[in-house]
Write a protein that binds this ligand. Structure first.
Ligand SMILES: [Zn+2]
Length: 308
C-alpha cells in the first residue's frame, strides 16, 4: 500500500503470458513513420498528422496542467505558509497542497498514456530524438564558478519542459511500441534536426530558439520550426535493435502500475548519463549533414511528408 496525495494505492503484480505482435498491422504499415519533436510550445510536433487528413493533429497540444493549477497551488501554498508550525491547521493546509499536486500528476499521466497509445497503434514506426531531460533542465542559477545567464527565463523553460514530461513520453513509447507491433527509432542527439531543412538539407547555423518558423535560403521552404524538426527526425532516425517489437517481456510496463501511481520501472536502456543535447558541436564519429550540402542519399519519406 502506498499513499499519494489524498489517495491510497494498492499494487497488484501478476505474471501474464501474452502474445506480442511481431510486426505492425497493415493499417500501421500504411501510415509508415511518424517523427516526434517533443517540445515546449506543444507537447509534441509530428511529421504527419495523428489523424489522417486533419492537419490540426500535426501538433499535440500541451495541456499545461501545472500552469493552469499554478494559481490554485500558489493560493494553498500561501495559506500553508501562514499557519503555525505544529498546528492542526498546518496539517490540513499541507494536505491540501499535496492533494493538488497529486491531481495535476494524475491528469498529466492520463494525457500521456492516451497520446502514446495513439502514436504506437497508428504508425509502424515512431521516431524520436535522443534528448536528455536532466541535462536540458539543469539548474537555471548555475554554480558559483559558472553562474547561469537569463536565470528567470531558464527557470521558466525548465518548468515548461518538466510540465510536458518528455522523459515519461519516451519511456511509454518504448514500452508500447513493443506491445502494439510498432518500432521505435531514435535520432542521434547530435543531429541538427532544428537547423536543417527537411526538404533539401540546407543548414541554418544561426537559428535561435526564439525563431519559430524555419526558412530555407536554398529551396525557399517556409515551415513551422517544430514540424521541420519532426520531419527530420522521421527521415533520419534509425531503428534500435534492442527496441525491436517483442523484446520487452509482458508485464514490464503498465501492468505493474496501479492507476495513477507513478511506479519507478527499471529503465529499458540506460539513458541517465546522456549529456545535454547540443546541435552546434558534434563529437568525433558522428556525421551530421554538412552545412549547405544536400543529403547524399535521397530521402525516402520526403514525398509522404510533403503531402501535408
Ligand atoms: Zn531547403
Amino acid at each position: 500500500m502506498a499513499r499519494a496525495g489524498h489517495r491510497w494505492y494498492a499494487s497488484v503484480l501478476c505474471k501474464v503470458t501474452t502474445e506480442l505482435p511481431d510486426k505492425p498491422t497493415g493499417r500501421q504499415h500504411a501510415r509508415g513513420t511518424v517523427g516526434i519533436d517533443a517540445g515546449v510550445k506543444y507537447l509534441a510536433a509530428l511529421s504527419q498528422p495523428l489523424t489522417p487528413d486533419d492537419p490540426t493533429t500535426l501538433f499535440l497540444i500541451n495541456p499545461r496542467h501545472i500552469r493552469r493549477a499554478e494559481k490554485r497551488l500558489a493560493k494553498v501554498q500561501r495559506a500553508l505558509s501562514r499557519t503555525q508550525k505544529g498546528s492542526a491547521r498546518r496539517t490540513k493546509a499541507h494536505r491540501r497542497v499535496a492533494r493538488l499536486h497529486h491531481e495535476v500528476a494524475e491528469r498529466r499521466d492520463t494525457t500521456l498514456h492516451t497520446i502514446t497509445k495513439q502514436l504506437t497503434t497508428r504508425f509502424a514506426t515512431v521516431a524520436i530524438e535522443g534528448l536528455n531531460v536532466a541535462g536540458m533542465t539543469g539548474s537555471a542559477r548555475g554554480t558559483t564558478a559558472a553562474p547561469g545567464k537569463h536565470v528567470r527565463q531558464k527557470a521558466g523553460l525548465n518548468r515548461s519542459i518538466l510540465d510536458a514530461a518528455p522523459g515519461e513520453l519516451r519511456r511509454q513509447l518504448t514500452c508500447k511500441a513493443s506491445w502494439y507491433g510498432s518500432q521505435l527509432a531514435v535520432l542521434d542527439r547530435w543531429w541538427p534536426s532544428s537547423k536543417t531543412c527537411s526538404t533539401c538539407g540546407w543548414q541554418n547555423p544561426r537559428l535561435t530558439l526564439a525563431v519559430r518558423t524555419f526558412h530555407c535560403d536554398a529551396c525557399g521552404l517556409w515551415i513551422d520550426r517544430d514540424t521541420n524538426a519532426a520531419r527530420n527526425i522521421a527521415a533520419n532516425a534509425v531503428l534500435s535493435g534492442t527496441q525491436r517489437a517483442g523484446t520487452v517481456a509482458p508485464g514490464s510496463g503498465e501492468t505493474q502500475k496501479a492507476r495513477g501511481v507513478p511506479v519507478r520501472l527499471p529503465a529499458l536502456r540506460g539513458r541517465k548519463h546522456e549529456t545535454k543535447k547540443r546541435e552546434d558541436t558534434a563529437p568525433p564519429g558522428t556525421v551530421p549533414p554538412r552545412r549547405s550540402d544536400p543529403p547524399t542519399s535521397p530521402n525516402p519519406r520526403q514525398e509522404q511528408a510533403n503531402l501535408f
